[in-house]
Design a protein around this ligand. Structure first.
Ligand SMILES: O=P(O)(O)OC[C@H]1O[C@](O)(CO)[C@@H](O)[C@@H]1O
Length: 438
């Protein structure tokens, strides 16, 4: 079974292009799919006993009031909100924010009319920081500091720098109004910072790691600021989880099929890179969120594949040559958002452009998506397609849950723990040592 039968999902996954020559043998795929059964049973159990709080997020509503409270605090009198967080404390929110569209290079998202502009200062770069501070009216700018541990150097550095910038411009008389924080309920540096400036704090879910936190307040507070429907995001996630909770067979569980395919390709077909190629600008940051999820969860014990991202027509004109004729060590997830007929139509009497005459911009995008997927397959490159008829909050919630579950199930097949990241700590210790020597 190569195409997901879960008809109620707001997307359609088709794995048929990953099977056969250049890909995975259908028998091996079926065997791996069967091997996901214990993982699915484990997830059911963990949902029931509450030991994996991520699985309870789709149905949670009791935390919405806290989220609304923080969002209202940040929104009041604000033209701009800057989110200070890194990795899992930023990437999920950024992916959601792109729904409220837009994909400006500075990472700004504008939402519904009346919403503040939301900026994500994820990376640490003094040049970017100073330029943004200079461009904003700090009197009407708010900062949301997000860190699960509350001890991550980058957002702390940015929070203290923002406080100094506010104070320098005289906008710091009422610092509590300018800040809010999300962090674990421990005595940590982010909490102490927020308390010192008199800003409200809400708790980061203790049992949900950063890269799995997009359905918690970490993703949903920025979403609310942008006017997105947070409940619909969770409802979309619930639709992906439902077959697992209902005890469906693995071939009716889209993330299980995806995990079997990804692990099988790595083990049998020497696939070293897993590329998400999205035919929608609004999925650009989704790919970046996926990179952390896949890399940090599975890159262990010498195992794991390199997650990479690309964007539709742009990468056809930049990467496709390598994809088609370079090393056959990459697998492709080509994602498209229903676009046929969308956008402006061309009117031209140039005979050389007869193929464009009367066609909508979305027609060309759709044709290119299908052509690229087929060409990859014709060149024996394993391809999965994911069609999203309508990219809204429900679909985005479903896609986020799909890839979180696919990662957890893949970890089970690979025999690694998806929830830790011990190797990352080495660099952090060294960076602190170097800082101490400066
Ligand atoms: O939310 P925190 O604790 O600031 O951590 C940020 C990121 O840093 C990491 O711990 C890696 O260093 C990620 O797993 C995490 O998402």
């Amino acid at each position: 079974m190569s195409t997901s039968r879960t008809g109620s999902l707001p997307y359609l996954q088709d794995l048929s292009g990953s099977l056969g020559p250049g890909g995975l043998s259908p028998d091996r795929f079926e065997a791996l799919l069967d091997a996901t059964s214990p993982a699915l049973a484990g997830l059911r159990q963990q949902h029931e006993d509450g030991s994996l709080p991520l699985l309870r997020m789709p149905d949670r509503r009791d935390d919405m009031a806290d989220m609304e409270r923080i969002a209202a605090h940040l929104r009041e009198g604000a033209t701009d909100v800057v989110v200070l967080g890194i990795g899992g404390s930023s990437l999920g929110a950024k992916a959601l924010a792109q729904l409220a569209y837009d994909a400006t290079p500075a990472g700004t998202s504008t939402g519904a009319v009346g919403s503040p502009r939301v900026h994500f200062l994820e990376n640490l770069d003094p040049h970017t920081f100073e330029r943004l501070m200079a461009a904003l009216d700090l009197g009407t700018t708010r900062f949301l500091v997000v860190s699960k541990s509350g001890g991550t150097a980058e957002p702390l550095m940015q929070a203290y720098a923002a406080k100094a910038a506010l104070t320098a411009t005289g906008a710091g008389n009422d610092l509590g109004r300018h800040f809010a924080a999300i962090t674990e309920p421990t005595d940590n540096a982010v909490r102490r910072f927020a308390q010192a400036v008199g800003a409200p704090v809400i708790d980061h879910e203790t049992g949900v790691g950063g890269r799995f936190s997009v359905l918690t307040n970490v993703g949903l507070v920025p979403a609310l600021l942008l006017g997105l429907d947070a409940t619909a995001i969770r409802e979309g996630a619930a639709r992906v989880l439902a077959p697992i909770l209902d005890g469906a067979a693995p071939d009716d569980v889209a993330p299980a099929a995806g995990a079997a395919m990804q692990v099988g390709l790595a083990e049998d077909a020497a696939i070293a890179t897993s590329i998400i190629l999205a035919y929608s600008d609004r999925l650009e940051r989704f790919g970046l969120w996926y990179r952390q999820l896949w890399a940090e969860s599975l890159g262990k014990d010498g195992k794991g594949t390199l997650p990479a991202t690309g964007i539709g027509p742009v990468d056809q004109h930049s990467q496709l040559q390598l994809y088609l004729a370079g090393p056959a060590d990459k697998a492709y997830t080509v994602m498209s958002v229903g676009c046929a007929g969308a956008g402006p139509r061309v009117a031209t009497d140039d005979p050389a452009l007869a193929y464009l005459d009367g066609k909508a911009m979305g027609d060309l995008l759709d044709a290119e998506f299908r052509a690229t997927a087929e060409t990859l397959r014709a060149n024996k490159r394993p391809v999965r397609t994911i069609d999203i008829p309508v990219l809204d909050e429900t679909a985005m919630g479903a896609l986020l849950m799909h890839f979180m579950l696919e990662t957890i199930i893949a970890a089970h097949l690979m025999g690694v723990d998806p929830f830790d990241q011990p190797a990352v700590e080495q660099g952090k210790v060294l960076a602190r040592k170097y800082l101490g020597e400066m």
